[in-house]
Design a protein around this ligand. Structure first.
Ligand SMILES: Nc1ncnc2c1ncn2[C@@H]1O[C@H](COP(=O)(O)OP(=O)(O)OP(=O)(O)O)[C@@H](O)[C@H]1O
Length: 366
């Protein structure tokens, strides 16, 4: 286990005239991990996050970062040493995207040219075209703005990233993309990330560990997402985790036992089908010349391309496998390799059989 990066020791925060927003919080956050604070509105998640970089000062208790009591570090210095991403990207409207990303390196004394060069690299890291660097924030979509927010937080290469509901203002599709992107980035960067959300689904997708807060600023459970879904510590956690928890648990079950079958394909070359789609008697996967999926052709019909469902990458969870199969018009999920080339198809019925087998193994173990 990695050593603790951030520790809360009996930390309480009481705003003037109110009940405790955070009540005797004791927890330690592992280095290089994603820890998610989740809970209903007003339960102290943001307050807890902001006490890490001293945007909020605790009423009592101690917070250490890398073994140092945060109160011994000047607040401005501490804030600059941690990336911070919030819900509204918080970008400065009158500065270009590149200059927004370069803000903290510039404050740290990095030359303008060097800071911009690094900012351009970071656009690529967060999946944005470098041509967007010259734009102003209002000329970007919500999802793009959040990506810029992440790039800006990464600009000074801080070991810690604090993220306060960074993806909650974007639509579900973009949100899913941003979550996957964050997980991909984290594989390379291995930052210590503290992430606030009120969405248990997001928490279980992203968190190595999840801290469930209850109203009154009390920590109700702190564990792996799998454990929280499988064994909620009390009624509050069980009701917060909700009725879909059996389904969410599939997100932690391996899909290795799901067979990938050969799938009939129709190749499109130069805008033309290679073969006669009307002559086929089974669903055909339409692919480009590089064997990347384009959609499905229904048996016995002409060339209408029916959009496919979500793609499945071997090694992903049963939840992803099931989604891929169920979201596909043919009932077959398309499995692709790292370059997006078709490996074959997985069948909904077989994924369900694997789910049932895994359920029986779990039941037998109880
Ligand atoms: N600056 C403040 N002054 C007074 N009370 C505050 C202040 N900030 C937060 N609170 C109160 O502290 C409690 C915890 O707020 P906090 O924002 O930390 O919760 P949260 O779990 O992040 O909520 P949300 O999901 O709605 O953002 C709430 O009751 C809130 O009203």
């Amino acid at each position: 286990m990695d050593p603790a990066m951030i520790e809360f020791q009996s930390v309480t925060k009481q705003y003037e005239g109110g009940n405790p927003a955070v009540d005797s919080l004791t927890m330690s956050i592992d280095k290089g991990s994603i820890t998610v604070f989740v809970g209903p509105s007003g339960c102290g998640k943001t307050t807890s996050l902001r006490m890490i970089n001293r945007m909020v000062e605790p009423t009592s208790g101690v917070i250490t970062v890398d073994g140092r009591d945060v109160t011994t570090v000047a607040a401005a210095e501490l804030r600059r040493s941690m990336g911070y991403v919030m819900q509204s990207s918080g970008l400065m409207p009158h500065r270009s995207v590149l200059d927004n990303i370069a803000t903290v390196p510039r404050l740290n004394g990095v030359s303008k040219a060097e800071a911009r060069r690094r900012a351009t690299e970071l656009l690529d890291v967060v999946g944005l075209a470098s041509s967007l660097g010259k734009r102003y924030p209002s000329q970007l979509s919500g999802g793009q703005q959040q990506r810029v927010g992440v790039a800006r937080a990464l600009a000074a290469d801080p070991p810690i990233l604090l993220m306060d509901e960074p993806f909650s203002a974007v639509d579900p599709v973009v949100r899913d993309e941003l979550q996957q992107e964050l997980l991909r980035l984290q594989q390379d960067l291995a930052k210590t990330i503290v992430f606030v959300t009120h969405d248990i689904d997001e928490a279980t997708i992203l968190g190595d560990k999840v801290a469930v807060f209850a109203v009154g600023g009390k920590l109700a459970q702190y564990s792996t997402p799998e454990e929280i879904l499988r064994a909620p510590a009390n009624d509050f956690v069980a009701s917060f985790v909700g009725r879909d928890r059996g389904f969410r648990h599939l997100g932690f079950t391996t899909s290795d036992a799901v067979t990938i079958h050969r799938v009939p394909t129709l190749i499109v070359r130069g805008g033309q089908f290679d073969g006669d789609p009307a002559a086929v008697t089974d669903w055909q996967l339409v692919v480009d010349e590089g064997m990347r999926p384009l959609g499905w052709a229904r048996p016995g019909t002409n060339t209408d391309l029916i959009p496919g469902g979500s793609l499945f990458h071997p090694g992903e969870s049963l939840r992803r496998a099931l989604d891929s199969a169920l979201s596909s018009p043919s009932g077959q999920g398309v499995a692709v390799d790292g370059e997006g080339r078709v490996l074959g198809a997985i069948r909904a019925q077989e994924v369900l059989e694997v789910i049932e087998a895994a359920r029986q193994v779990r039941q037998a173990a109880l």
